[in-house]
Ligand binder design. Sequence first.
Ligand code: DI6
Ligand code: FE
Length: 403
Amino acid sequence: MDEHDRVLVDLNAATMDGDAAPYGMIEDAAIVLEAGRIAWVGARGDLPSGYGGLPVESLEGRLVTPGLIDCHTHIVHGGNRAVEFEMRLNGASYEEVARAGGGIVSTVTATRAASEEELLTEALRRVDVLIAEGVTGIEIKSGYGLDIETELRMLRVARAVMAKRPVRVKTSFLGAHATPAEYAGRDDAYIDEVCLPALRAAHAQGLVDAVDGFCEGIAFQPAQIARVFDVAVELDLPVKLHAEQLSNLGGARLAASYGALSADHVEYLDEAGVRAMAEAGTVAVILPGAFYTLRETQAPPIDLLRQHGVPMALATDINPGSSPLNSLLLTLNMGCTLFRMTPEEALRGVTQNAASALGLTDTGTIRAGLRADLAVWDVRHPAELAYRIGFNPLHARIFGGTS
Ligand code: DI6
Ligand code: FE
């Protein structure tokens, strides 16, 4: 027997498993934790007598959900863009900000200048804020290095986060995020000479779990993304894509044609794209932080996604430019208030569907056999998690069975 093995009782479980009841709710539930896994979950009255020998822990009527998963972040990066934010609010134009070295270029410069240790220290401060909100899984992208050395450094830092903190990390290679200044006007050369060699090197070093790209007028065209995805296929890596954020280039359809885990942002997604995603089982990752920060007015097609049964995830998109949003709980509220997602859809979006967006099959719901990644909340009803703004009701977090 593991020293952490126990039976949790006096709790309501929002299992997010199945759709027999809203939130997969089991009132007055018991959850058996054994060897870091969920051995059994159900109504307390049905608890098999075989677990009678385990210690019992009362959660005093609290709500238990799966541990939360932030399935889209750029949490590893150098510097921040607060001064640029201030310049804009003082009336500076986009050109003036760019001339002052602002925009994505400034984050690339700061990331290249930062040591591995500095990047890790800064990332951990942000990661700790997520962990304090019950997060047990985080996706972390590269994409602010845009040279081989710095892309690899970002991915090593992402892996180091998992060694330093009790949290699961999945990495995505995002070399096709932007073209760096030294390749201005030579996007294809950048892909051939930097992006693809960096991907191969990162893969060879075991640093990549998925391949991402930014398909947009201001970034890369579908044909360029396809060249990156072809290498992902060759390396047997799943793909995902920043698609239809600012315009509709058919990125979601392209991603779906590669069986993508997810298409993310999707404000400008059309019905053909929704259909393609439904057929491919591609998750729509909804990112209200970027919508809010950019003061975007086109909301993602939530109704169409619902109609076609496309699973929706929700994530912070933590990055220094378009989404300096370091709260997954606030993201739940934004998904509901800005996009009219229901609190149940929002919670599914940071648990079950966030796990799917990362290709994780052993977490995201409370079900026998899965990892014991759980969050215990001082709330009575799960809608409270999405309802409040700037309030954290986490009581405890359980990661792989350990509190
Ligand atoms: N979409 C975005 O909104 C950000 N990247 C992306 O792919 C912008 C990143 C930045 O401005 O730093
Ligand atoms: Fe992003």
